[in-house]
Design a protein around this ligand. Structure first.
Ligand code: CA
Length: 225
């Protein structure tokens, strides 16, 4: 894979570069947040490792910037700060994972590879269930009566449920896959979006149904042929 590293500490930067290259990956190393934003204007990588404490823009601001311009690369933050507030801020900014310094190189590589696998498995293809087709290009669901546009997260939520058709999908898994949240945010964000999806499916004449399995999660199934 091709990794972008943004780290201002010369010693850590050198170590990480040689480790990651030693594992057979390509790597580009930048020292500041501004450089990283400029780099993403016309270049792409498979994963980015971002130091949070950078001399100019911090790592969170970099991720906010690249997400605003539609870059969906998986991002792993490195930070000396372990406070929960930072974790939440990092994930809310659009980061995917978090590693507190000092860390073991093996752990960094394992997390990085997991992030890349996850982002590749999220690459959407066309999915069909019952009379309903999920269109990845225009983010909509096409049913017998009509096609309905979906918000990006509604689309991802339906995609995850369809990928696990006939099985119960637990709420924490949905939070992780659709919102990139790996803790209980204590809100009914999932339930609210499920309600919206059900209404949209009904409007377009879909014969697939999202069931609530109390205390366990959600399952999608075809109701009639
Ligand atoms: Ca730093």
């Amino acid at each position: 894979m091709f990794v972008l590293l943004v780290e201002d500490d010369p010693e850590l930067g050198r170590q990480l570069s040689s480790w990651i290259k030693g594992e057979g990956h390509r790597l580009h190393w930048l020292r500041s947040g501004t450089e990283a934003l400029q780099w993403f204007a016309d270049q792409r990588c498979d994963a980015a490792i971002l130091d949070v404490g950078l001399p100019d823009l911090d790592g969170f601001a970099v991720v906010e910037g690249i997400r605003r311009s539609g870059v969906e690369v998986p991002v792993l933050f490195l930070t000396a700060r372990a406070e929960i507030a930072d974790r939440v801020r990092g994930l809310a900014a659009g980061g995917d994972d978090y590693l507190t310094k000092p860390f073991a190189f093996e752990e960094l590589m394992a997390r990085l590879e997991a992030l890349v696998r996850r982002s590749q498995s999220k690459q959407p293809g066309v999915r069909r269930l019952g009379n309903s087709t999920l269109d990845p290009l225009r983010r909509r669901v096409i049913c017998s009566r009509e096609a309905v546009e979906l918000q990006p997260r509604e689309w991802s939520l339906l995609e995850v449920l369809m990928r696990h058709e006939g099985r119960i999908v637990p709420k924490p898994y949905l939070l992780e896959q659709v919102w990139d949240i790996r803790f209980d945010p204590g809100t009914n964000v999932v339930d609210a979006m499920i309600c919206r999806l059900r209404r949209k499916l009904e409007v377009c004449g879909s014969n697939i149904k999202i069931e609530t399995v109390r205390g366990k999660g959600y399952a999608i199934e075809q109701t009639h042929p």
